[in-house]
Ligand binder design. Structure first.
Ligand SMILES: [Zn+2]
Length: 255
């Protein structure tokens, strides 16, 4: 810890912080396997380590129960997450969903409660921003200095552009990203793309082999290029972006 700086700021580090939080990884008693080996830690100051447990639990409840997760995520949801929810009399769910609805599928003997609604977008972005800084620090052994932008590919939206961008970035990532890193990839892994000619790079975070987050990193001092495609999309103009012969359409007019 000596002379090490915090992964988020210039203060001296006083402890190690798990990135992503340890509670995301199921305990042995729930899955009968070791999924907590060689977890990633980064040096952290008191401020950036303090009071993180609430955010950690928030993130755990937000991610583990997502439809489409692998069996590890499913068992985690029915183990540790349910215990956390009961302990806090479901108040945690009100933090995860700003508005929520429940849909019961099946009959009274066998059913599945599907909870959906509007997530706490800002708090999720904040959690993934911290994880991206942590992963960068761990991977390159130095702190990232610049701007980070998070795109949550696992959220569903009625917005067509959101969905087109989700498919586009997933395709782009398959071309640019290097191999998976992380000791327990069924729970969490990350992939990095080398910086492009403008210094931009990309990190893909993946939880339970289903929940995808893409993070773009712009180093301090890099001049963002004028991206005509992005400007057209933001301006609401019908735009088609093509990668390897596949077309992604934005602001498509209804015919
Ligand atoms: Zn700090």
């Amino acid at each position: 810890m000596q002379n090490k700086k915090c992964y988020m700021c210039d203060s001296p580090a006083t402890s190690d912080e798990h990135v992503p939080p340890k509670c995301i990884f199921p305990e042995h008693k729930d899955v009968k396997r070791n999924l907590r080996d060689n977890l990633i830690t980064v040096p952290s100051c008191d401020v950036h380590n303090a009071n993180k447990s609430r955010d950690d639990e928030f993130l755990m409840v937000s991610l583990a129960g997502i439809l489409g997760n692998n069996s590890i995520g499913y068992e985690h949801y029915h183990g540790k997450v349910q215990r956390a929810l009961k302990r806090r009399a479901n108040r945690l769910l009100d933090k995860v969903f700003l508005t929520k609805h429940t849909l019961r599928l099946g009959d009274e003997n066998k059913f599945l409660d599907l909870i959906f609604g509007q997530p706490d977008y800002a708090r999720l972005i904040d959690c993934f921003t911290h994880i991206a800084y942590g992963v960068y620090r761990y991977h390159f052994q130095e702190s990232f200095n610049g701007k980070i932008k998070v795109f949550m590919g696992f959220l569903h939206s009625a917005n067509k552009n959101h969905n087109a961008f989700k498919a586009f970035i997933a395709h782009r990532a398959e071309i640019d990203l290097r191999e998976k890193s992380g000791s327990n990839p069924e729970v969490f892994y990350y992939r990095l793309a080398d910086p492009d000619k403008f210094g931009f790079s990309l990190i893909h975070l993946c939880f339970y082999e289903n929940v995808n987050i893409y993070v773009s990193l712009m180093p301090e001092g890099s001049a963002p290029p004028f991206d005509l495609g992005m400007e057209l999309i933001k301006g609401g103009i019908e735009t088609v972006v093509e990668i390897e012969g596949k077309q992604y359409k934005f602001n498509e007019r209804n015919t």
